[in-house]
Design a protein around this ligand. Sequence first.
Ligand SMILES: C[S@@+](CC[C@H](N)C(=O)[O-])C[C@H]1O[C@@H](n2cnc3c(N)ncnc32)[C@H](O)[C@@H]1O
Length: 327
Amino acid sequence: MSSQATADFSHTTVLLEETVAMVLGVKTLADVPKRSVSGIYVDATFGRGGHSRLLLEYLADDACLVVFDKDPEAIAVAQDLAQADARIKVVHDSFASLTDSLVTLGIDKVDGLMADLGVSSPQLDDGTRGFSFMRDGAVDMRMDTTRGEPVSAWLTRVSADELADVLFEYGEERHSRRIARAIKAMENYDSTLALAEVIKQAHPNWQKGKHPATQSFQAMRIFINNELGDVDEFLTQSIDVLKAGGELAVISFHSLEDRRIKQFLQKHSRGQYDEDAHLPIPPVRPKYFGKPKRVAPSDAEVKANPRARSAWLRGATRSDVAWVGDV
Ligand SMILES: C[S@@+](CC[C@H](N)C(=O)[O-])C[C@H]1O[C@@H](n2cnc3c(N)ncnc32)[C@H](O)[C@@H]1O
């Protein structure tokens, strides 16, 4: 399996063929003739369209691909693509709006949902977006620059304790209190490089080969974009949005996300008694998905694209067995 270097968009798509095969419900794309698959598919994180473009090669003329992204720059690329391809519909919103956005498009159920979570390389590479501790820019970090609050504004009003909680919860930063105090002592948040330097000075020790600001930047980014909340919403809505036999395929890049996806799929593929219901005779929990699938990038992909190192692709087929009692 290969990854596609989209040099003109400077984003190298991770687990490209594996994800498209999973969302089409096949072991390998060699099993699918080009332009043969009808149905409705969703790419919840268009980015620069790496996964979308490959999926479109397999979709028939009467198929539909709905693409979501929060980022206006990603949406501009998607709109260009949609102008030349009537199968594509573009939604500038969070994938947390999945059900509502599909209803607005007149869509009730879909055949496949894929998501490639986190930030894109263009977001990281453009210092003005504020995601990078290697390039200078104002401390923004919003994926959707048309709404919400930049990290710089939030840092101005948050308390050191609240900030420390965010660094700990979303960055698993063990030195969160000390770092939060140092950040709060800064005069302004106009420069990502200055912020990274303050974090470095406050950090007593860090993992070799890793910048000391890695976890703190990750934490602030996850917080300001409500990344984990959006993923929870998306996963929950996938249950209703997917047809029986429909496919879910989600790539994550860090353990906080991966754990959520894994636990969601485990919970909804087992169909167990629901102890949380506190009833004398507990009802069974619906078995919404078949056996969870998990794919890691190949050694060759990790060698070619180190960003793939921490990626996991997980997914499952939406079951047509609603209750464990039906099995
Ligand atoms: C890793 S990139 C996707 C790259 C894409 N698969 C490609 O091959 O070009 C993640 C994208 O998801 C978007 N994104 C992240 N969270 C989102 C959310 N909750 N709703 C919509 N888009 C989101 C980001 O703006 C970014 O463009």
